[in-house]
Each structure stands twice: as structure tokens, then as C-alpha cells.
Design a protein around this ligand. Structure first.
Ligand SMILES: [Zn+2]
Length: 456
């Protein structure tokens, strides 16, 4: 009995020692990341020296070169580019919408074309608008839609406490609204922007067509303008709306995932991925979406190296290509993993903004035992801001890896301000807070370290 007690004390002591060593190491990670601010400096470079990085654009290729050079500058990181075929959409030269009230008073709308939408032609599309709030209403009024421009006025519900939920449900009009309206003869659509902001910036984002119906122009307008248009409808005055856009696809080309890798010392064939996407929309610098996720992932490698950490497993930071309007980078990463029979243990994506860390989520299909193991690290993470690890979602670029048995997860910062700037011209470097961005990287680095050390 005495022996057993001694043994128990020894085990507890050893456990506490491991915990102590881990908390000390995570503190060091934090000191390096918060103290030196590498991720923030890199974000400034990406946003200010390169700028918007629409898939296939000159800046996207410049960003790939920048990413590869940044990895090469880290001693001990192997760099490579992973090519992927990309479709190349461009906005073109016109992005304009207005209303003519009673044939004379012009009301200009701050509007922008939705990503992957087709242009209106030089003359634009002019028609009477019809205000639709829901798809049920569209079905009820389908006879009235022919020859009109449908204005989808669905608002991201402010009573929804989690903005990502509001984005998910309201986003259907942006994603599929054009073809739903074209089915009943609409000649164009414009949506109320998916935004939680109080300004009037229009927010773009990807849409797609159903090939069975005409590919009509599709745009988004700012929230203040949307309210203005609603008031015009209420006034009952006759009006026409004009949409002028110039979106089109150029010939396909080849982009690249940019990969920086530290080889594992004990289990080099077990891969841990941490990433964000390097492409952005063309309206802004893509600072939160997703420059932040890229520089945080780079920071994870940088901090581990600076502390002389030798990972047991292979740790890869990946700057994914084409997340916004195609997903070719994530697709290729998955296909290559399958082709090469790679063993992917864990993948973490940061693509929810560079805000104050709150938690991590894992895909809903993760077994409870693996989730519990991650949750057991919460006491080590909570001093740095992460309070929850639960089921929810992972990340668009890594989600497919689930099929290989990988535990896929997403970094979850505070989301209250994300949709103020998401896909809008206000997603610029100045709107990223240095401490919040870096603290996110601290938690990501800590989690990667723990998964590397203890496996899953
Ligand atoms: Zn994104």
C-alpha cells in the first residue's frame, strides 16, 4: 500500500512536471511572439507592399514569391510551391449601380459585383426593381419577377449572437440568388451586403450560377443604401434600377500553395498542418481575410525555430491558393496528400480574422476521445485567451483532409467585428490590432506544440 502511494505521488509529480514544462515553454512562445511582433510586421508587408491578391492577379503571384522568400529566410525551413490549376475571374472596369426615381432623380448606390459573376455589358442592365426578403417570397411572387432586377434585402439578423451563424444563413442569397431569380426571368440581382457594419461599404463574395438559367449580373450594395432603397419602395414612386458590371473569366492559369516545412525528428511521416489562405478579394488588402491567418501560420514556425524546438512530427505552414473563389489550393493539397499516401495527423486553419483569441473548433465528426485530448490542454491555453475547444467547423482549405482521418480544426477568434470588414474595402492593415493578431498566433503555436509533443 505504501509502495502504491509512493508510486502515485511519483506519477502526479511527473504529470505536474510535464505540465510545468509545457506552461513554461508556452510562456516562452508567447514572449517571442508578443515581444518581437514578426506576424504583425509580415502582415504590414503583405498588405502595404503587395495589397489585394485576387486569384490569378499579378499581386497574387507577388504574394506567393513573398511567402516563399519569407519561409526561406527562416533557418531550418524547407520551402516549396505546390502548383494548382486556377480559374481566373476579373471584376473588369465598371462597378456601378443607380436608381432613377420617376424618371428624373438619380440615386447612386455604393455597389460592387459579386465574385465570379458575369458583367452586364457596356450599356448596363436597366429594369424595374422588385424587393424580395426571402426565397419563400420569391416563390410566391415568381410571376412578377420577369424582366425585373431582384433586390434581395435579407439582413444578417442582429439578434444572432454568433455572426458566423448569421452569415451562413443569410449568405444563401449571395451564393445562389442570381440563378434562383433568373429561373423566373429576372435580368439582374442586387443583394443587401452581408455585413454587420454601420458604414455603407458594399461587401463582395463568391456566387455561382446554375447552368440551366441565364447568367445575369449580380451585385451587392452597402447597408445604408439598402435602407434607402427600401424607403423608396415604401414611397411607392415609380423607379428603374441600372446595374453596370464587367465581371468575366480570363483563361485558366496556374497558382501555387506556398509551403514551409520543418521535418519531424521522431515521426517525420506524421504531418501537422497550420495554414491560412493567401488570396483575397480585390477590393481591399485582405488583412483580416486572410492575411492574418497566413502570417500567424508563418509565425508558428518562426517562434518554434527561435526557441530551438525540434518537433517530433513534421510541421507545415501552408499559404493556400484560391480559397475565396474556387478552392483550388485546398483541393490540390488534399489530392497530393492522397496521391503521396501522406499521414496527416492534425490540420489547423486560421481564417476567421486576426481578432482576440477565444477558442478552437474541430469538425463535427471528430470522435469524443480525440476532442477530449485537445480539451485537456485548455488550462495551458486559457492564460493566453483560448477558453473553449468544441465541435463546430474547421477551415475550407483543410476540411477535405477529414477523409484521410485527419483531425481538422479552425482557430476561433472573437467574431463580433469580423463581418464589419469581411470582403469589403475596409479590410485593411489599419483595422488589425497588433496585440490581438499576435495573441492569436500564440495560441495557435501552443496548440501545434502540444499536438506535436503528445500526438492525438
Ligand atoms: Zn477567408
Amino acid at each position: 500500500m505504501r509502495k502504491l502511494c509512493m508510486l502515485l505521488v511519483l506519477f502526479v509529480a511527473l504529470g505536474a512536471k510535464a505540465q510545468n514544462a509545457d506552461s513554461l515553454f508556452i510562456r516562452q512562445l508567447s514572449n517571442v511572439i508578443m515581444g518581437k511582433g514578426y506576424a504583425y510586421d509580415k502582415l504590414r508587408e503583405l498588405c502595404k507592399q503587395i495589397g489585394p491578391r485576387l486569384t490569378g492577379s499579378r499581386q497574387m503571384f507577388a504574394a506567393e514569391t513573398w511567402g516563399a522568400k519569407s519561409f526561406a529566410d527562416m533557418q531550418g525551413v524547407q520551402v516549396r510551391l505546390q502548383p494548382c490549376k486556377i480559374k481566373r475571374w476579373v471584376r473588369g472596369n465598371i462597378d456601378n449601380a443607380y436608381i432613377l426615381v420617376e424618371g428624373k432623380r438619380m440615386v447612386r448606390l455604393d455597389a460592387t459585383a459579386l465574385g465570379n459573376s458575369m458583367g452586364s455589358g457596356k450599356a448596363g442592365v436597366t429594369a424595374a426593381p422588385i424587393l424580395i426578403n426571402t426565397y419563400a417570397e420569391l416563390e410566391q411572387r415568381k410571376e412578377e419577377v420577369k424582366g425585373k432586377i431582384v433586390f434581395y434585402n435579407a439582413d444578417m439578423p442582429s439578434v444572432e449572437v454568433q455572426p458566423f451563424n448569421a452569415y451562413g444563413s443569410t449568405g444563401i442569397f449571395r451564393r445562389s440568388g442570381a440563378s434562383r431569380a433568373a429561373k423566373y426571368g429576372a435580368v439582374g440581382i442586387i443583394i443587401r451586403s452581408l455585413s454587420t457594419g454601420t458604414d455603407n461599404h458594399p461587401h463582395t463574395g463568391v456566387m455561382s450560377y446554375n447552368d440551366s438559367f441565364p447568367k445575369i449580373p449580380a451585385m451587392a450594395m452597402g447597408l445604408q443604401d439598402a435602407d434607402k432603397v427600401v424607403a423608396l419602395f415604401k414611397s411607392g414612386k415609380p423607379m428603374t434600377m441600372t446595374l453596370m458590371s464587367d465581371g468575366r473569366f480570363l483563361t485558366d492559369t496556374t497558382g501555387n500553395n506556398v509551403i514551409g516545412e520543418i521535418k519531424g525528428t521522431e515521426f517525420p511521416n506524421e504531418i501537422i498542418t497550420v495554414g491560412g489562405h493567401l488570396d483575397s478579394w480585390d477590393l481591399a488588402e485582405g488583412a483580416h481575410d486572410d492575411g492574418a491567418g497566413c502570417v500567424q501560420s508563418m509565425q508558428v514556425l518562426k517562434a518554434l525555430l527561435e526557441l530551438g524546438y525540434k518537433p517530433k512530427r513534421t510541421i507545415r505552414a501552408v499559404l493556400f491558393c484560391n480559397e475565396e473563389n474556387g478552392g483550388a489550393g485546398g483541393d490540390e493539397y488534399f489530392e497530393a496528400a492522397k496521391r503521396n499516401n501522406e499521414k496527416h495527423l492534425f490540420a489547423l486553419e486560421s481564417d476567421a480574422g486576426g481578432f482576440t483569441p477565444r477558442g478552437f473548433s474541430v469538425s463535427t465528426s471528430v470522435e469524443d476521445s480525440r476532442l477530449k485530448k485537445l480539451q485537456s490542454y485548455l488550462p495551458l491555453l486559457s492564460p493566453f485567451g483560448v477558453e473553449t475547444i468544441g465541435k463546430g467547423g474547421d477551415g475550407a482549405d483543410i476540411s477535405d483532409l477529414k477523409a484521410l482521418g485527419t483531425l481538422t480544426s479552425g482557430f476561433r477568434p472573437d467574431a463580433q467585428r469580423y463581418f464589419d470588414v469581411h470582403h469589403a474595402r475596409s479590410d485593411v492593415f489599419e483595422n488589425v490590432n497588433k496585440r490581438e493578431l499576435l495573441l492569436g498566433a500564440v495560441n495557435m503555436a501552443a496548440l501545434i506544440y502540444l499536438v506535436d509533443k503528445y500526438g492525438l
